[in-house]
Design a protein around this ligand. Structure first.
Ligand code: FAD
Length: 462
């Protein structure tokens, strides 16, 4: 039986980054088990494929909408080849998977292709994809098995013509209309991709606004821009009651503020969230302690050091619920490895940036004015509209704003919300300011190069 210091089940951004950290920083002997592809949801069915499609779709939309204004003649953007777009996306994924495989090799992490089942403390069986089984022994085990799309118990949601993000990312046939159930981050990103490609998009959201986890002003602005710029119809406070097939396509029946409504589309995408994935992780052969590991609503429960109820077994990433983001899974994995080695977490788990890759991009970190008010925190809130920023004007991206929230007394930065071009790249400046305890005045000492979008940060700090 092969012996390891750490056995990790699941090679998503939580698992594979933890493997690198354990091997490199703590010189641990690591096994990494994966039953699909290296990179997990993030690389294969999440972050990277969506952003690759978004990039292509945004270029197409930009040229089609503004080609003439920019003086780019002969670029009426009359067509695109969805199959080729998908081929290019797949090439990006291939390249990045190759990069992870190389990193595993460089760091001497042993990768097992197969399904890992926890049999007992320190014992994992791998059902190898190519046949056969192997049993591994490990001082520590880390469960990083991620999540899968949730499907609602809506009559008709399980028929052909209704897809999840997994199938949507592979879509390569012509589409005239798309209805998206769920106006969260994933739903809005798909709305952005397909509306940019000329598809008529409708969003049906149960809550009173889209991207409800973000600052209210951002949700309202996004809804308005989606309608005005891309012609996307957004129905909020709307509950889907049934999905059925008709001669014209898929019919989504919902009640909007108690009024019965129906919208027909070629395809319906369900994006109402994701559930923790633990299938195959435990078996009848697993010990009683493993089978009775503490869980709640399908997710594995952990303490602040990511320890499960079974000593020596840790769980991180989407499988423990919480904020289901790739960089959160990575931070949790690295923190769990540190905990195994009696070290402090290498990152500040309280400062987590969130990004949405719509056009304009959206990013936030720390608290919003709304949250501060709810918590009774006295704040100063400063906002700069990007309409006055040179780089935004020259690149036709002048919509949006940068908002910074600071403590009213100390001026310490508490949060920032951005809705503008490159917001997802620029938000890290505010994350760094929060983690380092900087004030408005500290940040304002920085010289921002001209012409850049980041000059907007300098303006917001004044
Ligand atoms: P996963 O990435 O889900 O990896 C778990 C891996 O474990 C999988 O490969 C799975 O096959 C494997 N596995 C499961 N069970 C076993 C077993 N028993 N044995 C062996 N292997 C097993 N997050 C962001 O931060 N930014 C984004 O822009 C973003 N965009 C997204 C877009 C979409 C469409 C989706 C669906 C998600 C997106 N996310 C994004 C979320 C992000 O992908 C997840 O939060 C992240 O992948 C979670 O990482 P993880 O390591 O916990 O699990």
């Amino acid at each position: 039986m092969e012996k390891y210091d750490l056995i990790i089940i699941g090679a998503g951004p939580g698992g594979y980054e933890a493997a690198i950290d354990a091997a490199k920083t703590y010189k641990m002997k690591v096994a990494l088990i994966e039953n699909r592809q290296l990179g997990g949801t993030c690389l294969n069915r999440g972050c990277i494929p969506t952003k690759t499609l978004l990039h292509t779709a945004a270029l197409y939309h930009e040229i089609k909408a503004h080609g003439e204004e920019l003086g780019l003649t002969g670029t009426d953007g009359d067509g695109f080849d969805l199959e080729k777009i998908q081929e290019r996306k797949n090439a990006v994924l291939d390249q990045l998977r190759g990069g992870i495989a190389m990193l595993m090799k460089t760091n001497k992490v042993t990768v097992y292709n197969g399904t890992g089942t926890v049999l007992d403390k320190g014992r994992v069986r791998v059902e190898l994809t190519d046949g056969g089984t192997e049993e591994l022994e490990g001082t520590n085990i880390m469960i990083a098995t991620g999540s899968v799309p949730s499907l609602p118990p809506i009559p008709g949601a399980d028929q052909e013509g209704v897809v999840t993000s997994d199938q949507m990312l592979e879509w390569n046939r012509p589409l005239n209309s798309l209805l998206i159930v769920g106006g969260g981050v994933i739903g809005c990103e798909f709305a952005s991709v397909f509306s940019s490609l000329g598809v008529k998009v409708t969003i049906v959201e149960a809550l009173d606004r889209i991207i409800a986890n973000m600052d209210k002003e951002i949700g309202q602005n996004l809804k308005m821009l989606m309608k005005r710029v891309k012609g996307i119809d957004v129905h909020t406070k709307s509950t889907v009651t049934e999905i059925r097939k008709s001669e014209d396509g898929m019919v989504c029946c919902f009640t909007e503020k108690d009024k019965p409504m129906e919208v027909t589309a070629d395809l319906i995408l369900i994006s109402i969230g994701r559930r923790a994935y633990t299938e195959g992780l435990f078996s009848e052969e697993s010990s009683k302690e493993i089978r009775t590991m503490k869980m709640e609503k399908g997710r594995i429960l952990v303490d602040s050091h990511f320890r499960t109820s079974v000593p020596g077994i840790y769980a991180i990433g989407d499988v423990i619920g919480g904020i289901q983001l790739a960089h959160v899974a990575t931070a949790e994995g690295r923190s769990a490895v540190a905990a195994m080695n009696g070290a402090e977490p290498p990152v500040d788990m309280n400062t987590i940036p969130s990004c949405i890759y719509t056009n304009p991009e959206i990013a936030s970190v720390g608290i919003s004015a709304e949250h501060a008010k709810a918590q009774g925190i006295e704040i100063v809130s400063q906002k700069y509209p990007m309409g006055g920023n040179g780089k935004s004007i020259l690149s036709l991206q002048k919509r949006g704003f940068i908002k910074v929230i600071a403590d009213a007394g100390t001026h310490k930065i508490l949060g920032a919300q951005m809705m503008c071009a490159r917001a997802t790249d620029m938000i890290s400046q505010f994350s760094q300011a929060i983690v380092s305890g900087l004030t408005l005045e500290d940040m304002a000492k920085t010289i921002y190069p001209h012409p850049t979008f980041s000059e907007g940060i300098g303006e917001a700090l004044k």
